[in-house]
Design a protein around this ligand. Structure first.
Ligand SMILES: [Zn+2]
Length: 390
């Protein structure tokens, strides 16, 4: 049994661990991957993992061991699995920074076995373990008692009765329970930056429940969406804080791994609310990196088109800080966006090429998985070509 598994087993036997263990774990070495058992079914339904423990079980059943990079406030380990071979430079695959974007998480786990490359591959399949565990879990964690919540309609009365109300207007409710915030919806709005009602949550986190009835993996209460209140009182999320001295533990875990393995290709698997596919690329620090960034983006888009992906209409932009690279792919300029650097922005600044992949959550779940895997496999083939002579 690996060190990582032992940590999880300990957590499992005492389901709630109230001692916050936010520090990063001492750096245990990666163990050599065992022969995989890829035919073992990943999940017991077609919609992915119900709980984070199901994800860890799937990894274990396939014969892999993980390294624990750190622990969430509830004690859940943030894990990385080593796949691929030993050749450098390394590749990094990350998913699940936003808990409702579940196809990326399942695709990342599948890629551990599926990706054939000589290069070392590090996979962090879920960057928000508590969010994946769901809203019942995070609320029970804050209250210190196991709660049975039958449906999402019960959330608001429950929050009002159990918490201190910080904000309750315009259909938005936010309460404080212990050191954590619980809301009925997102508070990521510029108008709330530095607002007095956020004062008790500065440097802390808050959650609201998933509520999609049409999107597998994001059903009502199935996930808890994690929002982080910065020390200055801005409400952000776990795909920020890559360039700030203050960062939540989940982000520090991935920064620590990147500093160690210096990935020259990074993927961050996300989803968005629509029914098309798109991905974002970043301007690079060297001409050579930028050429490969461009080439990988173009070939990946071509490959997903080949399996039936549709792209947003020409002229569409996911935001003012995007510029079309070609249909299906955009340059993302974080200096225009604000909120600091996300994972791929940070990788472009320090390590090299990378992509954020966005599959449309209104599409068939299996199709979303295939699109994520296709982008990664296509770009990795080019990465191998790039470093073949090296
Ligand atoms: Zn996302």
């Amino acid at each position: 049994m690996s060190d990582g598994q032992q940590v999880w087993m300990d957590n499992g036997s005492s389901r709630r661990r109230f001692l916050a263990t936010c520090g990063l774990a001492a750096g245990a070495a990666f163990l050599t991957p065992k022969p995989s058992n890829a035919e073992a079914p990943l999940t017991d339904n077609s919609f992915g993992f119900n709980r984070y423990s199901d994800l860890l079980d799937a990894i274990r059943k396939r014969g892999h061991e993980w390294r624990t990079l750190g622990h969430c406030p509830d004690g859940s380990p943030v894990v990385a699995v080593k796949a691929g071979g030993e050749k450098l430079p390394a590749i990094l695959i990350s998913a699940g920074a936003h808990s409702t974007e579940h196809a990326g998480v399942v695709a990342a786990v599948e890629l551990i076995d599926e990706l054939r490359t000589d290069h070392a591959v590090y996979v962090i399949p879920c960057r928000d373990p508590m969010g994946l565990q769901g809203f019942r879990h995070v609320l029970s964690f804050g209250l210190g008692e196991e709660l049975a919540i039958a449906g999402i309609d019960e959330v608001e009365p429950l929050l009002r009765s159990k918490g201190e109300v910080l904000y309750d207007a315009d259909g938005r409710l936010l309460v404080l329970i212990g050191d954590y915030g619980y809301a009925n919806t997102s508070f990521n709005r510029r108008e709330y930056d530095g607002a007095a009602f956020l004062e008790p949550l500065k440097g802390r986190r808050m959650w609201f429940p998933s509520s999609r009835t049409d999107q597998p993996g994001a059903a009502p209460l199935q996930r808890a969406y994690t929002q982080i209140v910065t020390p200055k009182g801005e409400v952000l999320h776990l795909n920020r804080f890559h360039d700030t001295p203050w960062a939540p533990v989940e982000v520090r875990c991935i920064l620590k791994l990147m500093a160690e393995v210096k990935p020259r290709l990074v993927f961050d698997l996300h989803e968005y609310g629509g029914d098309d596919f798109w991905m974002s690329a970043r301007r690079q620090q060297t001409d050579d990196d930028e050429l490969w960034e461009l080439r990988m983006a173009r070939e990946a888009v071509e490959a997903v088109k080949g399996i039936g992906a549709t792209f947003p209409d020409a002229g569409y932009s996911p935001g003012s800080f995007f510029k079309e690279l070609e249909p299906g792919a955009y340059w993302l300029d974080p200096s225009q966006r604000g909120e600091g650097l996300n994972l791929v922005d940070f990788a472009a600044r320090h390590y090299g090429p990378g992509f954020t992949i966005e599959t449309g959550m209104r599409q068939d779940f299996a199709k979303r998985l295939t699109m994520h895997r296709t982008v990664v496999q296509t770009a990795v083939q080019l990465f191998e070509e790039r470093f073949r002579a090296a």
